[in-house]
Design a protein around this ligand. Structure first.
Ligand code: ZN
Length: 191
């Protein structure tokens, strides 16, 4: 197993749709093991394959689902997501802020759907399905977006998009070839 560097905003693989997985083989299972190890080292709650430079439709998650009172850890391969309507209101910076390992050190408020169902495959190729609400539904939407080539900062409303553009310029988050290594480099979110 190995911890992989996480690429940041501006790396082309993050900004294009990922390819479906065809072979459910040992290579895939090794990649998923590495993704779980990288996620744990990064103190994150979810990680999509493009974030370690692999343009395939895979994401892993590992976090407490407080709404349901359980811990959830798993993988989705070739997922399809169905979401409830995203409310029109402005996002609440206190309770609806989001961050991303590929946008190091920043977080911005973003409105998300309250409830989602994800259908996909696990590492053996078996069908898996998950219906979640609230914060965990946010994680699913965030990771699913990664597989479409969309990052949460691409979805911000006008006010927060302006702030993101400014931070992006200051931090130089628009160049390919930048990455950080979880567990070795300083944690960009101070965890
Ligand atoms: Zn992310």
């Amino acid at each position: 197993m190995a911890i992989h560097p996480i690429v940041v905003y501006g790396e082309p693989v993050l900004h294009r749709a990922a390819e479906p997985v065809v072979d459910f083989d040992d290579e895939l299972r090794l990649l998923i093991d590495d993704m779980f190890e990288t996620l744990a080292a990064s103190n994150g709650v979810g990680l999509a394959a493009p974030q370690i430079g692999v343009g395939r439709q895979i994401y892993v998650y590992d976090a407490d689902d407080e709404a349901a009172g359980v811990r959830r850890r798993g993988v989705f391969i070739n997922p399809v997501l169905v979401a409830s309507r995203i409310p029109d209101e402005r996002p609440d910076p206190e309770t609806e802020s989001e961050g991303c390992l590929s946008v190091p050190g920043l977080d911005f408020p973003l409105k998300r759907a309250h409830r989602v169902t994800v259908n996909g495959r696990d590492e053996t190729g078996a069908a898996v399905s998950l219906t979640v609400e609230g914060w965990f539904a946010r994680i699913m939407q965030h990771e699913y977006d990664h597989l479409q080539g969309t990052l949460y900062v691409d979805r911000l409303d006008r006010k927060w998009a302006k702030r993101w553009k400014r931070e992006q310029q200051e931090l130089g988050l628009d160049q390919p070839g930048v990455s950080w290594l979880p567990g070795t480099d300083e944690d960009p979110f101070g965890h």
